[in-house]
Design a protein around this ligand. Structure first.
Ligand code: TMO
Length: 315
């Protein structure tokens, strides 16, 4: 026993200096088109740089990124939202080359949403049938007699038009060119309390600026996007809302752990809360900081959170 222990200790001591260091090749972090993802990517990029890693940011499409990760062209993704990207992520997992690096603490929702003044004009909300009965309130010159629903940019793939068709709704779906166009729509409606319904999500800065609610569609069930029998319309896909308690995952290229073991260790420990993610968006969308500056401010204000994740940290 005594000898075995001594040998074990010796091997342990010898093993220390040969601990594999992270590769000096850049860790490629993708940047998309909504603020929390951009700030979080900068936060994590700055953490990895502080450990001595090289980091490169690339602006990429938020659906195509899963294929890029699978191929190793992009190293990781920090915000896999279940509602928008669950399908692309699952498809990439099935093909191989990408790994699930666990969930953030945050619980997410992405769906049709209205600022609270809208409910004064359409009191049956948040029920989707009540919304549909109020469709005329949302009509514009552009949409004729139908209600206008301002959806997110096309790469968030919400299948809103399919949902409108599947549930036989009297709405026309318009895609916003950017997240900023969504906030402009809400802002422009605010003074006159004009009813509007737009795509929104949580955690986000918007909840701190405009009280509001998500429209309640038929609850999401697994398979609603794959099997017409799932959901109230037996002949259609997408006849459900998005998950009301969705996940927010981290993902990585499967070669990351071997090539950048310390960085991968940090990535596996990273877990942001709803409040932390909303705050990252506030720094850019309300306080109008640049993303890298917002990330530096966030890191300074939250050292107790992220230092735990570093190699040798206590978590
Ligand atoms: C992907 N998003 C959080 C904008 O819905």
């Amino acid at each position: 026993m005594k000898n075995q222990l001594a040998i074990g200790l010796t091997i342990g001591a010898l093993a220390l200096p040969v601990h594999a260091a992270d590769s000096s090749d850049p860790i490629v972090i993708p940047i998309h088109n909504w603020s929390s993802q951009i700030v979080m990517s900068n936060v994590v990029g700055q953490i990895l740089e502080s450990m001595g890693n090289n980091v490169e940011f690339v602006t990429t499409d938020s659906q195509a990124v899963y294929e890029s990760i699978r191929l190793g062209d992009v190293t990781l993704e920090l915000e896999v939202w279940e509602g928008a990207f669950g399908a692309s992520f699952r498809a990439a997992l099935e093909k191989g080359g990408i790994v699930d690096v666990g969930n953030h603490d945050a619980v997410t929702r992405e769906d049709w949403w209205y600022p609270m003044w809208t409910k004064e004009a359409c009191p049956g909300l948040p029920d989707w049938k009540a919304l549909n009965d109020c469709a005329e309130l949302f009509a514009t010159a552009e949409t004729g007699g139908k209600g206008r629903y301002l959806d997110g940019p096309v790469d968030w793939l919400k299948h809103a038009q399919e949902r409108v068709d599947a549930l036989d709704m009297n709405f026309t779906v318009i895609n916003a060119g950017s997240a900023a166009a969504l906030w402009a729509e809400i802002g422009a409606a605010e003074a006159d309390k004009k009813p509007v319904v737009v795509f929104n999500w949580t955690p986000n800065f918007a909840e701190a600026v405009w009280p509001g609610e998500f429209v309640e569609f038929p609850a999401w069930e697994d398979g609603c996007d794959k099997d017409p029998a799932v959901g109230p319309n037996p002949d259609a896909l997408y006849d459900c809302g998005n998950p009301a308690n969705g996940y927010l995952k981290k993902a990585a290229w499967e070669g990351m752990e071997e090539k950048w073991p310390d960085a991968f260790g940090v990535l596996s420990k990273i877990s942001f809360t709803n409040a932390q993610i909303a705050q990252m968006a506030v720094l850019v969308d309300v306080e109008e900081m640049e993303p890298d500056e917002a990330a530096a401010v966030w890191l300074e204000d939250n050292e107790d959170v992220w230092k735990e994740w570093l190699p040798g940290g206590s978590s």
